[in-house]
Unconditional design. Structure first.
Length: 310
């Protein structure tokens, strides 16, 4: 039986519209999943007193421990942070999320703190907006989300897109596959969602035959199209084995460069969730993110991109 990795979900937030969208996405997606719990995390980057002054002299710690500093910190939390965390908690409940909701405030570099918390405290999945309120619009991927994506290589990362349906943010799912270990993990994740989320319209399993290796495969005595059909058959079978309605499953084969074909399918298919393995079969071992998944993340802003490694 497929288990969904949503027992401990970290939802880093700030007071931006992007974070609000991520909160709504998480609440609607997880409301039908039992035993899912969400931790709303806000990281105060103003922890510079300890981060930047500790190498100057001992006075930083004295300042930090002083009553004045404590009062300033508490006032900031009470007046500027807790109100929007409480709003987010209410939004989660209003959309029907019934799991536990924890509100947490930390200090430090946001990206590093998220990585530290996830790594030490057995979180399975991180859902976050691509950009926060302090990140420049010109960046295709915010500095925090980029750092998290590259720093948490053994966890599932949802990068919430610009197009989030408050009815069902996973109604139309694209699942690119290539038969690799990472691709198999993405398939298992998609199967999990298909079993527990209501209102899915379609799940498209896409296999792109890489034109760069087409002749090479033929010389090896392998028919690339038959190989693609076998990969799609195995992926689809996992859904059917878990009694997912076959009418929801569509399989496609295209020939070309994988990153280009996947982006083309995303734009033409009106998907709101793309589920991908961290790397494909041709990605180098020392790359943190495969070239295909990196390109898709940086070129497609509307759908939510789920990078799967569990």
């Amino acid at each position: 039986m497929v288990k969904c990795p949503f027992n401990k979900v970290l939802l880093p937030v700030d007071e931006s519209k992007n974070s609000l969208r991520a909160v709504k996405f998480a609440g609607v997606l997880l409301r039908g999943i039992e035993s899912s719990n969400i931790t709303l995390l806000y990281v105060m980057a103003g922890g510079y007193l300890s981060e930047h002054m500790k190498n100057i002299d001992f006075r930083a710690e004295l300042i930090k421990s002083s009553e004045i500093f404590k009062r300033i910190r508490e006032k900031n939390i009470e007046e500027n942070i807790m109100p929007f965390l409480l709003d987010y908690e209410k939004i989660l409940k209003d959309v029907g999320f019934n799991g536990l909701i924890e509100k947490r405030i930390e200090e430090g570099d946001p990206g590093n703190k998220i990585i530290e918390i996830v790594s030490k405290e057995s979180f399975q999945t991180v859902m976050l907006a691509r950009r926060g309120m302090s990140e420049l619009k010109g960046f295709f991927l915010g500095s925090v989300s980029s750092k998290v994506l590259h720093g948490l290589i053994n966890y599932n990362i949802y990068l919430v897109g610009e197009k989030v349906s408050e009815v069902n943010p996973a109604s139309d799912i694209l699942l690119p596959v290539d038969g690799s270990e990472y691709s198999t993990k993405a398939v298992e994740h998609a199967v999990c969602l298909a079993k527990v989320i209501k209102g899915i319209n379609k799940i498209t399993i896409l296999r792109v035959i890489n034109i760069s290796f087409y002749l090479e495969r033929v010389r090896e005595g392998i028919d690339p199209e038959e190989e693609a059909k076998e990969i799609l058959y195995k992926a689809k079978k996992r859904f059917l084995d878990e009694e997912v309605n076959e009418d929801l499953i569509e399989t496609k084969i295209s020939v070309g460069f994988p990153k280009e074909e996947i982006i083309k399918e995303i734009k033409e298919g009106n998907y709101n969730l793309v589920i991908m393995g961290r790397k494909g079969r041709s990605a180098l071992k020392d790359l943190v993110l495969g070239g295909v998944s990196s390109t898709v993340i940086n070129k497609c802003f509307e759908p939510t991109i789920a990078i799967i490694n569990l």
